[in-house]
Design a protein around this ligand. Sequence first.
Ligand SMILES: NC(=O)c1ccc[n+]([C@@H]2O[C@H](COP(=O)([O-])OP(=O)(O)OC[C@H]3O[C@@H](n4cnc5c(N)ncnc54)[C@H](O)[C@@H]3O)[C@@H](O)[C@H]2O)c1
Length: 264
Amino acid sequence: MPPESAGPRTIVVTGGGSGIGRAAVLACAKRGDRLAVLDKNGDAAREAAKGALQCGATAAISLDCNVQSEDQVAGAFASIVQQLGAPYGLFANAGIDTGGPIHELPLATWRLVMDTNLTGVFLCCKYALRAMLAAAVPGSIVCTSSPTGFVALAAGGAGVYSATKAGISALVRCMAIDYARYGIRINALVPGATETPLMWNNVPPENVGRMRTQVSSEIPLGRLAEPEDPAKAVAWLLSDEASYVTGSHLVCDGGILAKACISV
Ligand SMILES: NC(=O)c1ccc[n+]([C@@H]2O[C@H](COP(=O)([O-])OP(=O)(O)OC[C@H]3O[C@@H](n4cnc5c(N)ncnc54)[C@H](O)[C@@H]3O)[C@@H](O)[C@H]2O)c1
């Protein structure tokens, strides 16, 4: 099996225009990687690619891409291979968090969250794997799961979001087994409560301050994560430092999943 390639690598980040994805783009840029930033928000992707170049990326391109669309994902990967070469790394991270109680949940909302979070990860992995296999690149893929893939959030109403994250975790384990023989490592990131627009998406703006204080008091490390915290874990999984790590979940949650909620 060929060794992992040295020197600048092409890393693809979906949802790279904001939050954890953007922080991962900048963390990889600081290592001198070549970055491809994908986001349905093209302006945000362009800004992140510009930031990547300022942070030291060897090259950075942005692609306006909705991960729900197979045509758009296929086109984005074709463009990446042409401009930056076959990807060494993929951070399949784009996601949304919306939902509500299952008996009230419109089918359209279920499908939107499934198509974005789970189908989006499937499509990006499909085209990244094709490009890696075609170029015989022993690459690394990281997919963003969540504590909600393992436990139910106390606030409730997170059924569809949680189902997508549990699906991503299962997909990661299966892909890790399927592609180990090619030297392609596939892992999941499990970020805890992280200061991004998604974190407060379902909270009325006037309640965010109070909720931040409450949530911080419930996290063993006593604070929410900054996007740079999980981004460092992603950069590690995408590096040679993690050369024997595949099929695993890297939990970066300040201790949330380690804690039982009963007070005895
Ligand atoms: N913030 C948290 O507390 C937290 C916790 C656990 C897991 N996560 C997961 O981390 C990932 C990143 O979330 P974040 O908190 O950085 O959110 P964010 O809202 O800051 O960033 C998400 C990005 O994904 C993009 N995106 C959304 N739908 C897309 C689509 N269909 N196609 C392409 N791009 C799309 C958005 O435009 C945005 O730039 C998500 O998968 C989320 O579920 C977040």
